[in-house]
Design a protein around this ligand. Sequence first.
Ligand SMILES: Cc1ncc(COP(=O)(O)O)c(C=O)c1O
Length: 480
Amino acid sequence: MTTLTETLLCPERADDVASVADLPAVLPVVGRDTLVPLVDGREVRYANLDVAASAPALQAVADRVNQVLPLYASVHRGAGYLSQVSTALYEAARRAIGAFVGAREDDVTIVTRNTTDSLNLLAGCVPADPVTGEPGRVLVLDVEHHANFLPWQRDAAATVLTGRGTVAETLAEIRAELRSAAVEGRPYALLALTGASNVTGEALPVAEVVAAAHDAGARVLLDGAQLVPHRRLSLAETGVDYVAFSGHKTYAPFGAGALVGRRDWLDVGTPYLAGGGAVRRVRVGGTEWHDGPARHEAGSPNVVGAVALAAACEALAALDPAEVREHEDALRRRLVAGLEALDRVEVVRVWSDAADPVGVVTFTVAGYDPGLVAAYLSAEHGIGVRDGRFCAHPLLGRLGFDAGAVRASVGVGTTGEEVERLVAAVAALVAEGPQARYDVVDGLWVVVDDPRPVPEGSGLEGLLATAALGADEAFGCLPD
Ligand SMILES: Cc1ncc(COP(=O)(O)O)c(C=O)c1O
């Protein structure tokens, strides 16, 4: 029974969110027509509702990569014509990536591998406390993805604040902690916060967070992994000091990510990688390091990845941000309403008053292990979702979802039909249970005697062969 308060706080619970079956994608993505096999022998168009993990390439990104590949040569190292073209492409990509997140004139844009890489890099650059010489203090919440948690725990002096049930209470906690630390002479250097939760899509309001941190003399790092692909962020307009994000979540899965932000810490921080390109002069007795992005980009740069990410940034920048928000929010609201209308389905929330979440919806189905739900959605409906604890163990533990949950996520390439399929598939699970037989092999839910063939031309031996190998050998240590 839905209470009036719940309905007011979460309007989508009112069950009146109309079908979005006719909603088309905002931008074409590669693979949108890929057929996948089901256990009953049919083939269906793959519904990729796992874009928060990795988003498919925008068609514009793939086109740009194909365009520049014939021009590809060494970067920053060659006198050849194409080397110079590739170097220019790489540096132009850097400018486009920085511009997309509203970099200030003096900000540095470093091309990294992904968000994790960017956060590890910055963790090595937080200055020591000028009075005590101790490692710089960093404040984080327990809602973070491990990528925005572990680097601070390992390389800086991290304090972890437990989030509260509402945005307002959590903001008050943050303000109080920042203020009292400053008054007591142990100020924080940095507040490292998610721009959007990878579990629920929710976030704290950026303006309030920045004001609270700057008032107490701390800088703000936004983990933009789930924010940047879905909402327009401007460092210059918001005052956010650093943002980290991933190309593969920004429709550019070519191995690049970015860290953008204030120059001073990055210019003197420990070079992230020691090696060629990061140095001005090397002598046996000592080394003179570069400043700027080169300081942290030793080794041959990923020019294709950078160009791909820049192409994605340009394609997203060309869209009306309101159109993207409206599209993704219509899909999210429909998912929440459709799932919450089902018996035994619970949708996870961090804050009861969060405004404007991005399109990430995490849920559980009572009586079914999340891994089984995800295997069922794939095997019987051709739908890709993520299950587990989403590399956010502290949050899932605090919210009482230690056994994990299922996450569906949407983006500019998602259609309403895909969302309707998920809601219908979960409804069928609740009503009738799975039709195939499933078992746990090496910790993974799989279909017993899975008959699905591997895609032609993929060069794989088969899903069955993968399962037979055992999850550990096939995938190494799976993130949970
Ligand atoms: C909020 C958040 N931060 C950081 C990461 C890590 O991103 P990557 O794996 O691209 O380094 C993720 C990935 O899911 C994420 O969702």
